[in-house]
Ligand binder design. Structure first.
Ligand SMILES: Cc1ncc(COP(=O)(O)O)c(C=O)c1O
Length: 396
């Protein structure tokens, strides 16, 4: 049989498999061999989806709400998204400015496809969430990375961004709180970035995936700034806020012309997000919100514990995460020792020898770090941090 020439399309080679997904798969493989793995890789809440949300899904099934919906989501859910955003942040989006997607990743992917032309530059602060780089590359754009300072907790200022804005910049991406560092952007700085972008006709995408998980400041949305609607693009997700990672519901709050463009793409690719999940999402947004505060209080406790334990490992530094549920310690002390050349190799050795799964810093654009998700129980945190401590002491 003749092999197909150039079987895989070139555009696929511009992206790589999500490192966080790869870590999860490697950990799962060891687990299936009966090995007791501690998993700090998974970026998802360890809490179950709240019961009121699950019950709404049961009702949707019982009422046979199991057919196609409009590709860009139901009118009911769009309205619920706009209402929740208005209640939480004081914005005034209308359903025509809203699109429901198959999770937060999908809204970001579709946004890039809808906006980026070859050669367009997209400004991305480092460390970045792994997916931004790949979806920009896949759309034919050019990533322009802005370094942040670990000594200042990886926080981003407008002055850091400004020098990177050129005539080719189409979009700036801000993710606050940040995955992987937990850094939170100061409101005044964020507003300044908005002004810099607006003056130059540059879009500002705000990834609000972790917007409710802040430890020492109040949640806000840059979309509530007067005049923001023309250039600010909100990428939202219910995955983390309501412990709904598997349900796959995200949303965009963007100008109507962009909704139309994304809707077109969605109508030929995924069609609608799951109808049952959409009903559950309406309940998540309109029902009681207490579960969010309960999760936040638990993450806060874990954050304090994890940072204190990481800083107690000789040679390890850890900037204090101010939001989300990740710590991003600097483990450079062990790199270059015991045959470990980079953080990727460190993670492979940690998994193979200590049965601890963490994500290498290379996935997020830095080489001296690993990402630890503390969305897991205190008992697991204790076990995993013991393993990390021993591994680093043994090898440095
Ligand atoms: C920063 C950030 N944005 C967006 C997402 C997308 O989440 P999902 O597609 O699960 O809704 C994630 C998930 O890990 C994330 O960390």
């Amino acid at each position: 049989m003749q092999a197909v020439a150039n079987a895989i399309a070139e555009r696929i080679s511009s992206i790589s498999v999500s490192s966080t997904m790869k870590v999860a798969a490697d950990a799962e493989r060891l687990r299936s061999e009966g090995i007791d793995v501690v998993d700090f890789g998974a970026g998802e809440p360890d809490f179950p989806t709240p019961d009121n949300i699950k019950q709404a899904a049961v009702r949707a099934l019982e009422q046979n709400f199991t057919k196609y919906t409009p590709a860009g989501g139901t009118a009911e859910l769009k309205k619920a998204v706009c209402e929740r955003h208005a209640l939480d942040f004081g914005t005034d989006y209308k359903p025509a400015e809203c699109l429901i997607t198959v999770g937060g990743k999908h809204v970001i992917f579709n946004l890039m496809q809808a906006l980026i032309n070859p050669g367009d530059e997209v400004v991305i602060p480092v460390p970045y969430w792994v997916t931004y780089k790949d979806v920009v590359n896949y759309a034919g754009g050019t990533c322009v990375f802005v370094e942040t300072d670990e000594a200042k907790g990886f926080t981003l200022t407008a002055a850091m961004i400004e020098p990177y804005l050129t005539a080719r910049t189409k979009l700036v991406i801000i993710n606050s709180p940040s995955n992987p560092s937990g850094a939170v952007m100061d409101r005044a700085e964020f507003e300044q970035v908005f002004r810099l972008c607006a003056e130059r006709g540059i879009y500002l995408m705000t990834d609000e995936c972790y917007c409710k998980f802040l430890y020492d400041s109040e949640p806000f949305s840059i979309a509530s700034t007067p005049g923001a609607k023309d250039t600010v693009l909100v990428a939202g997700s219910l995955s983390k806020t309501y412990a709904m990672t598997g349900w796959r519901i995200g949303f965009g709050l963007v100008p109507p012309a962009i909704v139309t463009a994304m809707n077109k793409l969605q109508s030929h690719s995924t069609s609608n997000p799951c109808s049952i999940s959409q009903k559950a999402a309406v309940e998540a947004l309109r029902g009681p919100q207490e579960s969010v505060g309960i999760m936040l209080a638990e993450y806060h406790k874990r954050r304090d514990f994890v940072v204190q334990r990481l800083r107690a490992i000789p040679g390890v530094k850890c900037a204090e995460p101010r939001g989300a549920f990740y710590a991003y310690p600097n483990v450079g002390v062990v790199i270059g020792k015991s045959g470990i050349q980079n953080s990727l190799q460190l993670c492979e050795r940690l998994l193979a020898e200590s049965h601890l799964a963490v994500v290498p810093g290379e996935a997020f654009g830095t080489e001296q770090h690993v990402r630890i998700s503390y969305a897991t129980s205190m008992k697991e945190l204790e076990r995993g941090l013991d393993r990390l401590h021993q591994f680093i002491v043994r090898n440095s």
